[in-house]
Write a protein that binds this ligand. Structure first.
Ligand code: NAD
Length: 295
């Protein structure tokens, strides 16, 4: 049993903390939202009323917060609260620069740290089947792995500080671009009089095969479990897709990588969100693309 402080008990953090409890860990949770703390308490998390109360005597601190600025603010506060050697893990999706800054803050307190963003969404968080993409030293990874295993089914050590975030935003850039590609292909098929099912049957077993087609197929029918069959309820909300595409664009600018399709995908998702669809599943962008064709 490890004493774990969990900071950020929202849609993802709440069920992740619950899985740590199920695995037998002693978990103390804190969130700025009292309702989130109470919801976590119902699943066995010990409620803390402040960050300092949550981290007292903890062997490990996990943060699951909205953005880089929140992670830096909380990790800065931790500098005065944690004893040397504490393991600190951030599971939020943030920009690579903030992730590296967080590692530096942990290093300055002689703590060991990991950036460990996830994929799998709220369903994976609840089921304990998340994939963790992890950046940090071998020593930190060895310490963090058994804890992450209580919340996920695949734990990948991607490299040093920030490598987990780098893997996450590269993967999600592929996802955003591929979803638009799949939507465009269905739009073209409609114009050419080709049925959705025929395109699916061919592309899903040919070189056009990809997750956006075979798991999140953007038209109703071919994949009964895809959000298109559930009125495009997320799933993976377009606003979160946009957030991740913006992070990959920021990283492209900073690193000097050329990502023109990533840039275009970010522009299209920004337009989709501006039109009021940030809460729709990201596959619903097929509607906006059809509108561009005037149908
Ligand atoms: P959320 O908004 O539901 O939860 C974030 C929580 O952090 C909120 O409850 C908020 O009150 C709390 N918080 C903010 N600042 C705080 C502070 N200083 N101290 C304590 N608590 C604070 O968001 P979420 O959906 O749980 O996502 C969390 C992270 O996981 C994000 O970075 C997101 O991009 C990433 N993520 C989300 C999903 C998803 O499907 N929701 C999937 C993968 C990754």
């Amino acid at each position: 049993m490890t004493k774990i402080a969990f900071v950020g008990l929202g849609n993802m953090g709440g069920p992740m903390a619950a899985n740590l409890v199920k695995a037998g860990h002693d978990v103390r949770g804190f969130d700025l939202s009292e309702a989130s703390v109470q919801a976590a308490a119902a699943s066995g998390v010990n409620a803390a009323s402040s960050l300092s109360e949550a981290v007292r005597d903890a062997d490990c601190v996990i943060t699951m917060l909205p953005k880089g600025q929140h992670v830096i603010a909380v990790w800065s506060d931790l500098t005065t609260l944690l004893p040397e050697g504490t393991l600190v893990i951030d599971c939020s999706t943030v920009d690579v620069e903030s992730a590296r800054k967080a590692h530096q803050l942990a290093g300055a307190m002689n703590c060991v740290s990991l950036d460990a963003p996830v994929s799998g969404g709220t369903g994976g968080a609840t089921a304990g089947t998340l994939t963790f993409m992890v950046g940090g030293s071998e020593k930190a990874f060895a310490a963090g792995r058994p804890i992450l295993e209580a919340m996920g089914k695949k734990i990948v050590h991607c490299g040093g500080a920030g490598a987990g975030q780098a893997a996450k935003i590269c993967n999600n850039m592929i996802l955003g671009i591929s979803m638009i590609g799949v939507c465009e292909a269905f739009g073209l098929a409609e114009k050419l009089g080709l049925s959705h099912q025929a395109l699916f049957d061919v592309a899903s077993t040919s070189s056009g095969q990809c997750w956006s087609l075979t798991t999140y197929c953007p038209v109703p029918g071919p994949v009964p479990t895809s959000p298109a069959n559930n009125d495009y309820k997320p799933g993976f909300a377009a606003a979160l897709m946009l957030k991740d595409l913006m992070l990959s664009q920021e990283a492209s600018r900073q690193s000097g990588a050329a990502t023109p399709l990533g840039q275009h995908a970010a522009e299209l998702y920004a337009e989709f969100e501006k039109a009021g669809h940030g809460g729709d599943d990201f596959s619903a962008i097929i509607h906006m693309l059809r509108e561009k064709a005037g149908t």
